[in-house]
Design a binder for this molecule. Structure first.
Ligand SMILES: Cc1cc2nc3c(=O)[nH]c(=O)nc-3n(C[C@H](O)[C@H](O)[C@H](O)COP(=O)(O)O)c2cc1C
Length: 364
């Protein structure tokens, strides 16, 4: 990990989590403006190897390790991020109207658990402005935009939810290579279970169908609701051939223990990202892989990926692509290279020629 882990991380972790994150995004924005810098970063961090290339939903990914939504919410730093060797960059979540998100503080690190507690509440600059920013950006990897309903800070009636998604999708359509619909944000209490009600995913997809989207669409759903929810999801997505796959969001609340006192935990509302949710996401990924039509759908999995072994496990459980966010915060920019090099070593160990030979081999 070079000097990131011992030096930069110690310094970065002294400050408020969100302030440090904002600083990192501002730095990325500056670095991304210089082609010489991004070329240098690419030489340092990107792993070029045909064994890692993937084709998913008709898109080519140089490797399966993408950046998850939530790091670059308004698409300011995609160029610098792409030069860190990621196989894809996902911006957002982005909503039709801009939003301030939840009140601060709303982001905490729990290093002992390799966890992040997040209660951002979807702050972003709004779909139109973000789409304008991204529309003509050329990246060496696929760009995803993650779309969610605008968080206005108060509960809205059901009738307001669908048009808001429609407006957000319309605004970003054509500004990215794939769309991720965030249908299960854990931190908007009034709406986080909205799509758990049968018929609502179908209704949203029916409305979007009229839009003639020109990009593949993935659905990011809650990992709660058990297998019954997975069956419902597959049934409701079935008529829409432009739905190309799924991923799981964070579970709401604190379904897994953290090594902090109950009092401290009280001060950290929100969902847990990072190591503690790894097992849940892995289990749900395998369950969905076993149920879905694998000729038609692909899975993307994020949750507690810190090492090549973590990513490889997700792939072997059925994820065609893997994403990370907490790992970048804890391990620094060298994490993508280290995972990609590690994946190549794991393929060699297992006598496999290509990363897709590992897809789903452990799912049951
Ligand atoms: C700080 C932070 C912000 C996030 N914001 C979003 C978001 O806006 N939209 C979304 O779909 N997921 C969001 N997520 C969830 C991540 O995209 C990802 O699914 C999750 O963090 C699991 O990956 P990880 O364990 O590698 O962090 C966020 C996660 C974190 C840690």
């Amino acid at each position: 990990m070079g000097i990131y882990e011992p030096v930069i991380r110690s310094l970065a972790f002294l400050g408020d989590a969100e302030a440090m994150h904002d600083r990192a995004v501002r730095l990325g924005k500056r670095l991304g403006k210089s082609p010489r810098v991004t070329q240098w970063l690419t030489r340092r961090y990107a792993v070029e190897d045909p064994r890692l290339r993937c084709v998913v939903a008709g898109l080519e990914f140089p490797n399966p390790i993408g950046l998850a939504a939530g790091y670059d919410k308004s698409g300011h730093t995609v160029k610098a991020l792409a030069s860190l060797g990621f196989g894809a960059i996902e911006v957002g979540s982005v909503s039709a109207d801009s939003s301030q998100g939840n009140p601060r503080p709303r982001l905490w690190r729990v290093p002992r658990d390799r966890a992040i507690v997040v209660n951002y509440g979807l702050p972003n600059e709004g779909a139109e402005q973000i789409a304008r920013r991204l529309r003509d950006v050329e990246l060496p990897v696929p760009l995803g935009i993650n779309v969610v309903k605008t968080n206005r800070g108060y509960a809205e009636p059901e009738e307001a939810v669908f048009p808001d998604y429609e407006a957000g999708v319309r605004m970003v359509n054509g500004a990215c290579d794939y769309l991720m619909l965030n249908l299960g944000c854990p931190n908007i209490e009034s709406e986080r279970d909205f799509f758990g009600t049968p018929g609502r995913i179908a209704e949203l997809l029916r409305r979007l169908d009229a839009m003639e989207l020109n990009t593949p669409v993935f659905l990011k759903v809650s990992p709660c609701g058990g297998d019954a929810f997975l069956d419902q999801l597959l049934e409701e997505a079935d008529p829409y051939e432009w739905v190309k796959g799924f991923m799981f969001n964070l579970p709401p609340g604190k379904p897994v223990p953290l090594s902090v006192s109950a009092e401290k935990l009280e001060t950290m509302p929100g969902a847990i990202a990072g190591k503690p949710i790894q097992e849940l996401i892995d289990e749900r990924t395998a369950a969905l892989y076993c149920r879905m039509d694998r000729q038609r759908y692909s899975l993307i999995a994020a949750g507690g990926v810190f090492t090549a072994e973590d990513a490889y496990r997700k792939i072997r459980l059925g994820a065609s692509l893997v994403q990370l966010l907490a790992g970048l915060v804890y391990e620094g920019p060298g994490i993508v290279r280290s995972i990609n090099e590690g994946l190549l070593a794991l393929l060699e160990r297992d006598g496999l020629n290509h990363i897709h030979d590992a897809l789903g081999v452990d799912a049951r």
